[in-house]
Structure formats: C-alpha cells, structure tokens
Design a protein around this ligand. Structure first.
Ligand code: NAD
Length: 391
C-alpha cells in the first residue's frame, strides 16, 4: 500500500497555533490533507484569539469550532460526539508542555512539534503521561518521513552496511546569520529567548532533527557526547552553531553539526553512515536518491520508486521514479503514519507499514535529553578541544 491509497474516512484534526503568518502550521495542514488521512475541523490558531478566529473563517471552518484558546477548545471538543481524533500542536516550544498535557489528560491523542518541550523535566513528565494514559503521541521529526530514509534504515538493519563505524549528520541553515530577532522576525524572536525556546538554540531547533535522523537510520543508541556551542551573532542569547562529537553504544562514533549561520545553506540536511562493508549518503536537496558505496566495489544510486525497495520505503512513495517527491510528501507520510497508528490502536491490530517506525513521545524525550546534554557539555571545562597545542 502506498501512502495515498487509503479509502477510509479521514480522521478529524484540531490545531493549536499555526495561524496567519505562522510557519509550520500551514505545512501541517498541507501534509494532513494530502492522503485524505485527516480533515481539519477545529482550532485555537493564534495566541491572539481575534486573529485566530479570523484565520479559522478564512480556512472555512465552522465558527463554533474556532476557540479562544486551547482550554476552551478542550472543553468544546470534549462535549461533542464528533470530537477531534487528535490535536496538532504548532506553537513555540515552551507552550508544548501545558497544551499537550491538557489534551492528553482530557483523553485526546496528540501530534506535537519538536522539540517536545523546552525543559527536560517537562519532557520526562509528558512522556510518562503518554505511557500511563495509553494515548497516542506523535512528534513531527520531518526527515524520518522520507521514503529513502526508511530505505536507509532498512539497509542498515538488514546488515547491508555491516557493523556501523561512523555517522556524520549535519543541518546547516543561514536564515539567522544576522540579528533578525531584533528586527521584528517573529519566528527568530522566540527561538532566541531561552524562556520560550529552551536552553539549546540551533541545537534545539534543528540539531534535534539531525540527532533523531542519525539514530533513526543507524539504529545506534547514543552513550555520551562532547559539544562545542558557539554564538556568532552579537547580542544573541543562545547558540547559533553547534558541533557535537558522539559516542554510540558498541563503539561507533559520530559527528553532528547544526548551524543557523551557515551562509549558502538552506535546509541542507545531510546524513552519511559508514559501516564495515558499505556506506550510505542522503541529502535533503536530492531526497529521492540514496548513494550506496560498497567496500572495493561500485557506488550505486538507489532511487525512490524502484521495485526492490523495502516495504517501509514503498509505503511512503506516491509517484513513479523520476517524478520528484519531497518535503511536503515526507511530512504527509508522518501524518498518514499517525492516522494509521491511531486507527490500529483503536482496532486492536498491528499497524500497516506506514504506521511503523514513526516518531513518538519517547523520541521527543530523547531529543530534549540530547539538547540538555549538549548544553551541559559545552559549559563543562574538561572538553578534549580545550587541550592547548604546544606549537
Ligand atoms: P511561529 O512563530 O511561526 O508560529 C507560532 C504560532 O503559534 C503563531 O500562530 C502563534 O500565534 C501561535 N501561538 C503561540 N502561542 C499560542 C497559544 N498559547 N495558543 C495558540 N496559539 C499560540 O512558529 P513556527 O516556526 O511555526 O514554530 C512552531 C513550532 O514548530 C516550534 O516548536 C518549532 O520548533 C516547530 N517547527 C518544526 C519544524 C519541523 O520541521 N518539524 C519546522 C519549523 C518549526
């Protein structure tokens, strides 16, 4: 089955945040409707209630289901027979915890943006709540929605690379190379405020994507790390560049780079995994290809849509090879996966391939724990690169 072949009735989606002028909310809406997996029916779209209502009307929603805030939304939706099946939380980081907690406690399934929370304490509490409540919680680690990322994961898991030795992952961006947070950029303003964003700047915003991607494909569990955070833009309160050395259980090593000041880079997410027998390279600007190089052998380009790909990759593919699929389809794959996971849970059955290997609250918790460890490491005084050179 491919992602878009569902014949079931769409699930009902609610949204908090993501109103007019917001970034990721619109991507969620495009992704959610792409496979007829979800229909948006309710929301509290903006921190400003009047703006939120105006947005709901522009989206064609029933005004009765446009709420002043998330608390009113929980009250209103709880009272309805056709209540939402899940809520998508598309707000700044520090609000994820109170909003997600309230919806979970009211018995709703949740789809939440990353990083899961702004603090580790909140992340632990939220993940515990998800486990104890039995509710579903998906976290939108976008890059794990790509079919060729699932193919890479499958190739590692089936031993085609041999034992993994090294993982190189990077997420460079240039959009915060100047102090745009001081020039009225709403997205940059909260991202550079530790109270709203959390302790990790670039490492929390995009480093968490890179960390998840590396672990998702390699299957490796991180044991320890050492980090070097930098803030290059004057007056900025959080890091805008991070280098992190990784030690995985079993001896593999890794290197992660996240940067918001990398001129010329626009979402250039790149992953390279090196094993004893072969390596794999994936680059988001050519997301339909995976480069596979064998020891003393040929290097081949594996294309999305090829007949011999894994079930996980096929389930996330819509069009034949050569027709480009990309970011929006990857995001839609997450939404199709969340819908399938929720349906399977309700029906007491195993999910189909699209509902497997989807990012959950536990992955969200791991991301926040990673950010905390990176910031702690960078502040510590016993790091290897502090060793001075003799010459
Ligand atoms: P944004 O500033 O563009 O939008 C935030 C929206 O939330 C605004 O509409 C704002 O009015 C609304 N809002 C704030 N507090 C609210 C509240 N209490 N109730 C209702 N609405 C509220 O932010 P953004 O760039 O879209 O980021 C939002 C979240 O998405 C962040 O956690 C960010 O890390 C994440 N994000 C994820 C990806 C990804 O690839 N998965 C990409 C970008 C952003």
């Amino acid at each position: 089955m491919t992602a878009n072949s569902t014949s079931q009735k769409p699930l009902r989606l609610g949204m908090v945040g993501g109103g007019n002028g917001a970034y990721i909310g619109n991507i969620h809406r495009i992704a959610a409707r792409q496979d007829r997996a979800w229909t948006l029916v309710a929301g509290a779209f903006d921190v400003d209630a009047a703006r939120g209502h105006a947005f709901a009307i522009s989206e064609g929603l029933d005004p009765a289901r446009s709420y002043d805030d998330f608390k009113a939304m929980i009250a209103g939706e709880s009272a309805r027979e056709d209540r939402i099946d899940a809520v998508a939380i598309c707000t700044p980081n520090f609000t994820h915890f109170p909003i997600a907690k309230a919806f979970l406690e009211a018995g709703f399934d949740v789809i939440c943006e990353k990083p899961l929370t702004a603090t580790l304490e909140d992340a632990v509490a939220l993940e515990t709540l998800v486990r104890n409540s039995g509710r579903f919680m998906g976290v939108t680690y976008t890059y794990s929605g790509y079919p060729m990322i699932h193919e890479a994961k499958h190739m590692v898991a089936t031993g085609q690379l041999g034992k993994i030795r090294t993982v190189q992952v990077e997420y460079p961006l240039e959009w915060m190379a100047t102090a745009i947070e001081m020039e009225g950029n709403a997205q940059a303003a909260w991202r550079t405020d530790p109270k709203k964003n959390g302790r990790g700047g670039s490492i929390g915003d995009i480093g968490t994507h890179a960390y998840h991607l590396a672990g998702f494909v390699s299957g490796l569990k991180l044991q320890s790390l050492t980090a070097d955070l930098a803030t290059f833009v004057d007056g900025r309160a959080l890091d805008d560049n991070a280098h992190v050395m990784l030690r995985y259980e079993g001896g593999a090593r890794g290197l992660l780079w996240s940067s918001q000041v990398a001129l010329g880079s626009s979402n250039g997410v790149r992953l390279r995994v090196f094993g004893e027998k072969a390596s794999l390279t994936w680059f988001q600007e050519q997301p339909n290809e995976l480069v596979h190089a064998r020891l003393n052998g040929r290097t081949e380009i594996i294309k999305r849509g090829a007949d011999d790909l894994s079930e996980g990759a096929k389930a996330r593919t819509r069009t034949p090879p050569g027709h480009p699929e990309g970011y929006l389809e990857a995001f839609a794959n997450l939404y199709a996966g969340f819908a399938e996971a929720i349906r399977a849970k309700r029906e007491g059955r195993e999910p189909t391939a699209i509902g497997h290997d989807i990012p959950t609250a536990y992955d969200g918790l791991k991301g926040v724990a990673f950010v905390e460890a990176v910031v702690d490491s960078s502040l510590a005084s016993d790091q290897p690169w502090l060793t001075p050179l003799a010459v």
